[in-house]
Each structure stands twice: as C-alpha cells, then as structure tokens.
Design a protein around this ligand. Structure first.
Ligand SMILES: *Cc1c(COP(=O)(O)O)cnc(C)c1O
Length: 404
C-alpha cells in the first residue's frame, strides 16, 4: 500500500491569502461599484528593465542557430552571471565570494525551501515571528514541525517575537537551536537590522555551531548606511551562514524567475559524532541531482542588470517603490498610527490601535475600500498590525492614503 508523506497532511490549509480573497470577493459582490485599491500586493507591478528585455531578445536569437544554441547549462549557473554577482554584489562590500560559492537558481522561495534537504531531521529550527511562511511550512513537510498548537505555531519550532516592544530586533533564542532563519530587510515587518544588531546572531551561530539561513531578498531596498547588504559583512559569517538573494523584488523578476544562493566553502555542518561536513559540496550535489539550471535566456536577462544602464534602470524602479513607501509612511504617521518599515523595504507595518488585525482589515476594506494584509496572518506576534506594500502605482498609493 502506498504511504503518503503524512507531514503534508499536518499542514493547515494556507489560510491568509485565500481568506483575504474571500472577504474581498464577498464585499465586491455586495458593492459592485466600489473602487477597491489593493495595498496588500506582494508582487511587483513595474515591467522588467529595458536592458533585460534586450538581453532576452538577443539570447532568444542565439537559440535559433546551431553555432550559438545552448542546451543544458551548468547546474550552478553560467560563469558570466556568477562573475557579475561576485564583482557587483559582494566585492564592493569588501566581501570575497568566489564563483563556486554562488549557485544561480530559479527562486529564493525554491532555495529557502529546498535547503532543508541537506540538513538533518533533528535540527531545532528557530524563526522570527511574524515570519515568511515558506521557512516554517517546508520544515513541517520534512518532519521538523512537531504538533500544531492552537495559536498556529508548531511545538518543535522556536518562534522569536519581533515587534515594537523589542524594536523589531528579536532576542537570541533562550533554548539551544541549530538552524536560524533570518530575513532582513524583513517581510512582513519591513524593518532591518544594523550591522551591530546582526553581529550577535553570527556570534551565536559560531558559539553554538549553528547555521543561519539569511534571506536577503529585499537587499536592493536598503537605504541606510548602517544596514548590511550581506550577512558576510559580519566577521565569521562565512563559516555559519547561507545567504539567499533574488532578482524578483530587485529587478521585477517575480514572473521571470532568477535568484541565487551563496554557500561559502568554509560553511560547516556536523555529523552525529561531530564529524565536520562542508555545506557547499552538499548543496552542489543536491542542485546537480535535482535541478538542471536556470534557463540561459533568463540568466542573460539577470546579467544585463549589472551594466551601467541596467544599474540605473533598477535604481529607477526601486526609487519608484520607495516613493510609494514614503507616501504611505508619511500619511499613516500623520494620522497618528505607529508606523514601521518602509525605509529599507517596500513593506510598511503599522499598529492598528485597539482593534485586532482582521477587524482592522475589515474596517479598511469596508469603510475605505482598501485591501491590506492582516499582520496576524504571518504569526501570533503580528496580531494588532497591518502590512501595506509599496507595489501599487504612485497614483493609487496617494489615493489610498487620502482615503485613510
Ligand atoms: C519575495 C520573497 C522572496 C523571493 O522569492 P522568489 O522565489 O525569488 O521570487 C524570498 N523571500 C522573501 C521573504 C520574499 O518575500
């Protein structure tokens, strides 16, 4: 008899975005004329930079001729892209990453999810709360969750509250953990850690022989000088951290799909008897076995953003979203809301006041015709918060803030 992976059955139905869609639909059916503004959008809306389109057209043409056609590429990515990543994303930070430590792939979601393949089943996992659900769900799927508790948390996972009480700087875990997911600038809170605030995490990992999985998907939105663009800016991090980057939010690649993961060759994990293993070789093995590389055409598109023109076009896109974030921040603050994020991030996170997240979500939907994301959907510490995103147009963002 075929046995299912029952851990999948333990996962509750993904509730947040279906519940939002249900409430919006119900409201729309009752009020078909309502002009609803979507400020919950987690997807970018501006088109790809021109340089990417040109690079893809050129690459498509190459595929048409025997002389320039490309079949299977290197699983870890083409050297032309790895070299650009090394020289543009890390060298200017004073970080020496070699090309064989860079693994190009088709998404930070896939990579943050797949990384659990190479980690032992008995690892104790810690996540910040609120949290990007992928980290939790992929660990539950592979059997590291334990029991689902009433508050939506898992008994085997350590949740680290990240809220206004601790200034959105989570405290180090009180119990021993071996894997820590950190996402900074953070989705959903939009807040970031300074170098000084990130350093204790690296020190913890070094001291406890733990691993940090650092999701830097929003790195391109960083504006403040004391916020690190890479965890490898912190001394010792190359021994204890894997970093995930993505072109999705950086350059509008959410539908085009390209990202990369850095696994330094000095990054270690241990066997049951303390034997030292190097994660770089394990991840390479995993990728070469289960993944056949990001399409050539797509990698050429990603390469194009490193040209002078490309850098300018990406900066223009990021500036556009930053402008929206500024509008939201200023508008909500003026109204007296306690507002966080939006400076190093396209996400604005604010306190609802007395109401709980869902009640305030309903209020904004029904009274202001604005769709947001209730903070509690990302974890219990998100209760009493709402997330708004900067991904709508300037015009609609202004209109939404005027309504509030
Ligand atoms: C959007 C996002 C990503 C990017 O995922 P892709 O699969 O590269 O599109 C990664 N992590 C977080 C927290 C995100 O919000």
């Amino acid at each position: 008899m075929i046995q299912i992976n029952e851990h999948f059955a333990e996962l509750p139905q993904s509730y947040l975005f279906t519940e939002i869609a249900r409430r919006v639909k119900k409201y729309q059916e009752k009020h078909p004329a309502a002009d609803i503004i979507k400020m919950g959008i987690g997807d970018v809306t501006l088109p790809l930079p021109k340089v990417c389109i040109e690079a893809m057209h050129k690459a498509v043409d190459e595929m048409a001729y025997k002389e320039t056609f490309r079949g299977y590429g290197p699983e870890q990515g083409y050297a032309f892209l790895q070299e650009k990543i090394r020289d543009f994303d890390f060298k200017p930070l004073g970080v020496n990453i070699e090309t064989d430590e860079i693994f190009v792939s088709d998404g930070a979601k896939s990579d943050t999810g797949n990384i659990v393949d190479i980690l032992g089943i008995d690892n104790k996992i810690a996540v910040t709360d609120p949290v990007y659900p992928v980290y939790v769900d992929t660990n539950v799927m592979s059997g590291r969750g334990g029991k689902l508790l009433e508050n939506g948390c898992w008994s085997n996972i350590v949740y680290l509250p990240t809220n206004s009480e601790n200034g959105f700087v989570p405290e180090l875990p009180k119990e021993e953990v071996s894997v820590i997911y950190l996402c900074f600038p953070n989705n959903p809170t939009g807040t970031a850690l300074t170098r000084e605030q990130l350093k204790p995490w690296v020190d913890y990992a070094l001291q406890h022989k733990a691993l940090i999985l650092f999701d830097a998907a929003y790195e391109a939105f960083i504006t403040e000088k004391d916020v690190p663009h890479s965890i490898y800016e912190i001394p010792g991090a190359e021994e204890v951290a894997i970093e995930f980057r993505s072109y999705s939010k950086t350059a509008g690649f959410t539908g085009t799909r390209c990202s990369y993961t850095v696994v330094p060759k000095s990054c270690k994990a241990y066997g049951k008897n303390g034997e030292v293993y190097y994660l770089n070789g394990f991840w390479k093995r995993r990728q070469c076995t289960k993944f056949n590389g990001t399409p050539y055409i797509i990698q050429r598109a990603a390469e194009a953003i490193y040209s002078a023109e490309g850098q300018q076009q990406v900066a223009d896109i990021i500036n556009y979203y930053h402008e929206n974030a500024g509008i939201i921040r200023a508008g909500l603050s003026q109204k007296g809301f306690e507002v966080f994020g939006g400076v190093n991030s396209p996400y604005i996170w604010f306190k609802t006041g007395e109401k709980d997240s869902w009640k305030f979500f309903d209020y904004l939907l029904e009274e202001k015709n604005i769709v947001t994301t209730p903070g509690v959907g990302f974890g219990p510490s998100g209760q009493g918060y709402i997330r708004m995103t900067a991904f709508n147009t300037n015009e609609r963002t202004l209109e939404a803030i005027e309504r509030i």
